[in-house]
Design a protein around this ligand. Structure first.
Ligand code: NAP
Length: 316
């Protein structure tokens, strides 16, 4: 069968209303970039926009197989899978979906922090497995209010996390590349080691990608210490994961709440053997309402590009 020709190639797992809305824009669907790269020359030659919903690396080589490509519209705020420099060099624009997911991702960070500190996974199992009746009360957990939270990366999502944790009566510390305007009483740290040394909960809300690879390294983990907890909703690459696993196993770090992993969806088997971690399958923005808003914003970018209008949320 001839490959279908269309302006818009939708790459990734589109379903339901999102898929229908892209179909209405005339999009042709591909499971991944391999399938798009393998499409016939005419089909590839027609593509002006890739509506991207995948974490596979989108590099210059695949861009070169799409000679009319003008826009990569990412479904997600994190665009670390896209080689933005390669896009820029080819005059390809990139957009993302900022802000509409801030609340959900921040909620998840706070939820994992509370779950880890209050041992909620174990509590749930304690009831389900009948241990409550057989063994009595569970071991005591840790109080959250009054503790110190450190936000590593006070960007859009980081700020929402900090605001929530302030409402939970934690003392707020943060690290960004520059000091920001914040409510009175928040403490700025010029580097992540200083932040880690000052707090109980270390919450990571950085961008991913090569510039932040291993930003949270063995030195940061050591500074956080045996009472410290890491929460990560950003990307698996920002932490030296094996250093974190070593510390969790040896009791040099109290615990972690993690939504993102290196090599996900394959997750290091060492995580599953740990009792002091809360693990989630990259669900920061995974509510029906927010995914619908992300899809709508992605399509607004696609439509603006096709109409020759200003892009609503450009990256480059
Ligand atoms: P944002 O507003 O751009 O904030 C990003 C933060 O990263 C800022 O604090 C920024 O520092 C910091 N940063 C950027 N480049 C850096 C560098 N080279 N070195 C050190 N710090 C750097 O982004 P956002 O909208 O809050 O999103 C943050 C990330 O969350 C996304 O990129 C994505 O990876 C992740 N995310 C995850 C989920 C999930 O499902 N778990 C969902 C959505 C987003 P400054 O403050 O110094 O500018």
């Amino acid at each position: 069968m001839e490959d279908e020709m269309a302006d818009v190639a939708a790459v990734g797992g589109y379903e339901g209303e999102d898929r229908a809305a892209l179909e209405a824009m005339g999009a042709v669907f591909y499971d991944d970039l391999g399938a798009l790269g393998d499409a016939g020359e005419d089909a590839r030659g027609a593509v002006r926009v890739v509506a991207y919903k995948h974490h596979q690396p989108f590099d210059g080589e695949i861009m070169d197989r799409l000679p009319q490509l003008g826009l990569i519209a990412n479904n997600g705020v994190g665009y670390d899978a896209i080689d933005v420099d390669a896009a820029k060099a080819r005059g390809v624009r990139v957009t993302n979906t900022p802000d509409v997911l801030n609340d959900d991702v921040a909620d998840l960070a706070v939820a994992m922090l509370l779950m880890q500190a209050r041992d909620l996974c174990a509590g749930d199992a304690w009831v389900r497995q009948g241990k409550w009746a057989e063994e009595g009360a569970m071991p005591l957990a840790r109080k959250v209010a009054g503790k110190r939270a450190g936000i590593c990366g006070l960007g859009r999502i980081g700020r929402e996390i900090a605001d929530r944790l302030a409402a939970f009566k934690l003392e707020i510390h943060y690290h960004s590349r520059h000091e920001k305007e914040t409510p009175a009483g928040w403490t700025y740290h010029a580097d992540p080691v200083s932040l880690a040394g000052a707090v109980d909960f270390f919450v990571i809300a950085l961008v991913g990608g090569p510039d932040t690879e291993n930003y949270v390294d063995a030195g940061v983990i050591e500074a956080l210490g045996p009472e410290g907890v890491i929460v990560n909703i950003s990307r698996g690459t920002v932490i030296d994961e094996s250093a974190m696993l070593d510390a969790l196993e040896a009791g040099r770090l109290a615990g972690a709440g993690l939504d993102v992993f290196r090599g996900e969806p394959q997750v290091d088997a060492r995580f599953a053997r740990l009792g002091n971690v809360v693990l989630q399958p990259h669900v920061g923005s995974a509510t029906g309402e927010t995914r619908a808003a992300m899809g709508a914003l992605q399509r607004r970018n696609v439509a603006a590009f096709l109409a020759g209008e200003e892009l609503p949320t450009p990256v480059v």
